[in-house]
Design a binder for this molecule. Structure first.
Ligand SMILES: Cc1cc2nc3c(=O)[nH]c(=O)nc-3n(C[C@H](O)[C@H](O)[C@H](O)COP(=O)(O)O)c2cc1C
Length: 188
């Protein structure tokens, strides 16, 4: 009984969700570490939900890994005048140049910025969002835009946002499940 309760509390999503989701990779673009701290909080919350996650800093990410599909969470700050941070530049440029087919990718965006830059607020995350969508990837849920001037800690804001995002991801997995079942029925 105790064991059942523990499973229910820590793995609120059905096995099909975990199966459909596979692993969630958090791609981190950061200059001074805030996005990395937020990614740590996201990973912890993902694992608390019974889903496998990992953090991948953008300078280590390869275009091929993205083209293979899966679920990705872009967590990036903004620098310069609305640019992606230095460690994200190579990946951003490679995606733009190689233009891989990302139709097997589902993704979310956690964008970090500062509203003192109203004309380029959270542009690092926005740029990735636009590029991934243009390459055929499907965004799950709304983008989170975190203002470093907000009185709330960015990791707390991100944890709260993730709850809704995981639920939307679960629904999108259910739709895919349903579509697969329908397809199977038609072909019978
Ligand atoms: C030199 C500099 C330029 C910045 N430019 C922007 C910008 O154009 N737009 C924006 O929304 N935030 C901008 N920011 C704010 C950062 O994106 C924000 O503080 C973020 O939380 C930093 O995250 P990080 O520590 O992960 O790099 C800038 C910050 C600095 C220091």
């Amino acid at each position: 009984m105790g064991a059942t309760l523990w499973v229910d509390m820590h793995y609120p999503f059905r096995p099909s969700f975990v199966h459909m989701t596979g692993k969630i990779t958090i791609l981190v673009g950061t200059m001074s570490g805030t996005a990395e701290m937020v990614a740590d909080a996201l990973l912890e919350a993902i694992e608390d939900a019974g889903v496998t996650g990992r953090i991948l800093r953008m300078e280590k990410a390869r275009v091929e890994a993205l083209s293979a599909g899966g679920v990705w969470l872009v967590c990036t700050s903004t620098y310069g005048t609305g640019e992606v941070p230095d460690n994200a530049k190579a990946l951003y440029a490679a995606l733009g140049e190689q233009r891989p087919d990302l139709s097997k990718v589902r993704y979310g965006v956690v964008a970090l910025g500062d509203s003192i830059y109203p004309n380029t607020f959270c542009f690092g995350g926005k740029r990735f969002d636009e590029l991934l969508a243009a390459l055929g990837a499907r965004r799950i849920g709304e983008r989170l835009e975190n203002d470093s001037r907000s009185p709330t800690y960015p990791d707390d804001t991100a944890r709260e946002w993730l709850e809704g995002w995981l639920e939307t991801l679960r629904q999108s997995s259910d739709e895919a499940d349903g579509a697969a079942t329908e397809g199977a029925e038609i072909s019978r």
